[in-house]
Design a binder for this molecule. Structure first.
Ligand SMILES: Nc1nc2c(c(=O)[nH]1)N[C@H]1C(S)=C(S)[C@@H](COP(=O)(O)O)O[C@H]1N2
Ligand SMILES: [Mo]
Length: 251
């Protein structure tokens, strides 16, 4: 049987992890540039093995899409109360003043209004959102592929990660370019045939169906393209590893 280079690297990672411990697998992963930003510390080697193996095996795989009859009714919402006065004012004005800025390692940094995003190419998909705490629901998501926006701002070739921030000060996440350019990764502005309700992150939310709920940041207003996550926050790639959750939450 003939093995692809990818299969050989993956087999190497897994055998190394079994034979000489996770740290050995991390050395191999580092050689192939597959170390996640939270790959240091006690859980680091485990995080590295998960991320590296997933990247080699499932980079192009699609999250399962469902049909209309499977949409949860009513969808379950995590109650979040981010709504300061500024948010409420914006909501009263139907988010006409809401801007999503896209900056960092891009040739043409700019910001987008919700209306501009709504008139961009749209993708609609019915997918599952799962919280790390165990509950989940299926909904229809309507949005602009993040890849479309990244093409418009002309992401530089050195770019490796996309950070996205919420109006909530400590809520931010990041994904690698494989997930950022994945066709199912959306800047969602609609849900179940209508606008995206505020309870679900309206006016704009990052929808990354190949990762757990917490990577799906609500009330998104800022995107930063970078080659180095160490420069942000505590250098672990996002707010979740600072709170003990994995940076890479692939499902
Ligand atoms: N801005 C913001 N986004 C957020 C959160 C949050 O508290 N604030 N919670 C996250 C978590 S932990 C989960 S599981 C999902 C929940 O999504 P839902 O409200 O659509 O169920 O949103 C994620 N996005
Ligand atoms: Mo969650």
């Amino acid at each position: 049987m003939k093995y692809s280079r990818r299969q050989l690297i993956t087999a190497g990672l897994v055998t190394t992890a079994g034979a000489s411990g996770l740290a050995g697998a991390a050395v191999l992963a580092r050689r192939y540039g597959l170390i996640p930003p939270d790959g240091g510390g006690f859980y680091g080697p485990g995080e590295t093995l998960t991320y590296a193996a997933q990247r080699l095996l499932t980079r192009h795989s699609m999250a399962r899409e469902f049909d209309r009859t499977q949409i949860s009714n009513p969808p379950f919402a995590n109650v979040v109360e981010p709504y300061g006065d500024e948010f409420k004012r914006s909501q009263q004005g139907h988010f006409a003043d809401w801007r999503l800025s896209v900056e960092g390692m891009v040739a043409r940094p700019r910001s987008f209004s919700v209306a501009e995003l709504k008139s961009s190419p749209t993708r609609t998909q019915i997918t599952h959102l799962a919280c790390e705490e165990g509950w989940s629901y299926i909904a229809e998501w309507i949005g602009v592929p993040l890849s479309h926006v990244l093409n418009l701002v002309e992401t530089l070739p050195q770019a490796r990660y996309v950070i996205y921030r919420s109006i909530e000060p400590d809520t931010w996440e990041s994904i690698d370019m494989a997930d950022a350019l994945h066709p199912q990764t959306l800047i969602a502005h609609g849900m179940n045939g209508g606008e995206l309700p505020v309870a679900f992150g309206g006016p704009l939310r990052l929808r990354v169906p190949r990762q757990l709920g917490y990577k799906n940041v609500k009330f998104v207003n800022r995107i930063i393209v970078t080659d180095d996550l160490k420069k942000f926050g505590k250098g672990l790639g996002s707010a979740s590893p600072e709170a003990g959750y994995a940076w890479y939450a692939g499902i």
